[in-house]
Design a protein around this ligand. Sequence first.
Ligand code: ATP
Length: 312
Amino acid sequence: MSLIINNLEKHYKTVTAVNKLSFDVQPGEIFALLGPNGAGKSSLVKMIVGFSSPDSGSIQLNDAGQAYSSIPAHLLGYLPEDRGLYPEKTIKQNLQFFAALHGVKDSEFTQRCDYWLAKFNLTSRLNDPLKSLSKGNQQKIQLITAILHKPKWVILDEPFSGLDPINQELVVEFLAQLKQQGMTVILSAHQMAMVEKLADRVLLLNQGESVLYGKLSNILQSAQNNSIQVVFNDPINQTYFEQLCEHYCVEQIKAQQLTITLKQHQSLNQLLPQLISIGEICEFKNKAQSLHAIYLHAVAEHNAKLDQGTTL
Ligand SMILES: Nc1ncnc2c1ncn2[C@@H]1O[C@H](COP(=O)(O)OP(=O)(O)OP(=O)(O)O)[C@@H](O)[C@H]1O
């Protein structure tokens, strides 16, 4: 029951929103779809849920002997980019409406509704009109509507937006629980600290292209292997520092301390002689990188590559 995306493309007049994208999402995982504003995440999600059609390439999903070219409604729980609930109706009426749409029985509805409202500290608001809730609390109700019918696939477009840190943590717990219940979650988000807590695998998009794709643990490990912290006994000579910067991605942390991030084609063997020529090294170690830092670096490198391509 994997979702397999092959060579997918989406163009809008002059814009290429999704460019020859291939990846898969495995059952039961939390898959994070990342990328700067305009990277193509929503365009991709809209094709995956069947709201728009690809210009070329394919989306394949097999379930119970049936083949689909997008995730069908009966398997899907979706939190769209543009939220849509009924502000005048009560929380209960909103939840009941979406549960009924998905064929949830009354007895199951009450039990699930009580459970999730308690999880989100909203039990006492059951009969209040939705519009009387704060924006963040309305967002939590929208999240509940997306999963009350226990779909196999859950797609959440920016579930953390507008939430305070406490509620962000509640959503992290919520997502971990969906995974525990066997749902497959595709999550589009800008909060890397939250993604780092949750995701099994990630796909980072930039300008419609895949920039980073794979198991989060492998990505973090490989970034750590490529990031080196060096401390020298004496303050660094500025001329040597500038020479190093011509070839490597270097950050001067203190007068005697540098952090160097190796690019794909660069090796430690090449770097070491240059470091030794700068001065006497007193500390040398790999440095863990946050997903936030890895993201910034990968996008900057990809943008530089695309700029080079256009100026050649
Ligand atoms: N209906 C449309 N018509 C024309 N261009 C569009 C349309 N929808 C998206 N685009 C363009 O396609 C590109 C990708 O947009 P998309 O909304 O998919 O990005 P995103 O990664 O979801 O961004 P964000 O994080 O800001 O939501 C952007 O350049 C956007 O302007």
